[in-house]
Ligand binder design. Sequence first.
Ligand code: ATP
Length: 462
Amino acid sequence: MADTTLMDKLVSLCKRRGFVFQSSEIYGGLGSVWDYGPLGVALKRNVKDRWWNSMVHARDDIEGLDAAILMHPRVWEASGHVAGFTDPLVDCRQCKNRFRADDPRIKGSPGQPDAQCPVCGTRGSLTEPRMFNLMFKTFMGPVEDSASVVYLRPETAQGIYVNYLNVLQSSRQRIPFGIAQIGKAFRNEITPGNFIFRTREFEQMEMQFFVQPGTDAEWFERWREWRMGWHRSLGLDPAKLQWHQHSGSELAHYARAAFDIQYRFPFGWQEIEGIHNRGDFDLGRHQEYSGKKLEYFDQAKNQRYLPNIVETSAGADRVTLTLLVDAYREEQVEGETRVVLGLHPGIAPITAGVFPLVKKDGMPELADALYHELRRQFACFYDDSGAIGRRYRRMDEAGTPFGLTVDGDTLTARTVTVRHRDSMQQERVGLDRVAGYLKEKLGAGNWELPPAPISQLPAPGS
Ligand code: ATP
């Protein structure tokens, strides 16, 4: 399968089955903004829940936070986003397209008569590069002047930094400890695209871990291992995951070290999460700009210091796309193409489809009762329309790992057919055992949190 075709097929499957729709489609769509349909929202929620469980529920040393999207404008001066979160851009005066100045398709130097627009081909139509800030601006209050300018946050991290003392004091944590947050972020990306890979509105899952200076490098290594372990535990193909180290000019001015976790998408190796050793840059800047002391007093050691920060920053949409790409496959079955999303059972939007084989002989009533019983614990879907083979295929495309069919034997022997998505094999399970069976299957596999061998290591600085 050609790689571009795979993305096209995935986009069309996502629309057909209700994973992802283009925003404002009936008005012609809004560029690079997407809406999640019933299955998409369930899949992304499972990603976020799994992240939250591993970060907050499974650990004593991380607290949750939900900071507002709008923040004091000085936050973005302190963070460096007002001055530095920019890309050089050129416009074509002829066709009105806008490009990054370093777009490899541009022939010649933008602003010069020989430079050629990569879209309309006009020579001399490209402007000089201009700096363009990626933050969305809006106005707070009724007056549209610069005093009331606020930004839609381009990352969730700053909400954590400015709340670090509030969380520390109210939760009675001690350093080392972390704060985790999931929330929307907005960037006026110049080159969005590749479906939900790079969008202008997206969701981040970020965790900032506050540590004693001098222990940061060691914590950084631990977080790298944990985060890679988490991505593997989603059932992603390990051969398609790799590290990319930032070096030289790639390394942000505030970072002591940075590694990306990359996945091999059909459009190449791309970042899905960044792990950064940010030193004391962030708290130092907020201390300077706010005039408030942000130091930590370590009572046991009788020491006062500005904590260092190790950050893990992942995109919920990107991880969702990664899961979809990794799971998509086509097979030939009895002369027909079967499309399957081989999602890990623990992350699939629907765990079990429940079907009466035919709409008579009491089967719908029994299937309906089973469905209502199971959906108290599992995400289930009831379907009684069309041939059973068609119903299985629809569930294959939705990534549903189990099909439960109430048939003639259910009426006599009180057993249902369990049909497995990946192997298409069938087995019979007692009606009263179905819930336990599903629970057992979901508990099996690489599903534990966080990866055991690493969590047994002693904590640095403890
Ligand atoms: P990229 O180089 O791909 O633009 P970045 O280095 O700017 O990413 P970070 O600022 O480190 O990304 O953001 C952390 C994570 O947030 C990324 O790993 C990604 O998963 C997600 N993310 C960032 N920008 C976008 C976007 N425009 N659309 C979707 N997800 C994004």
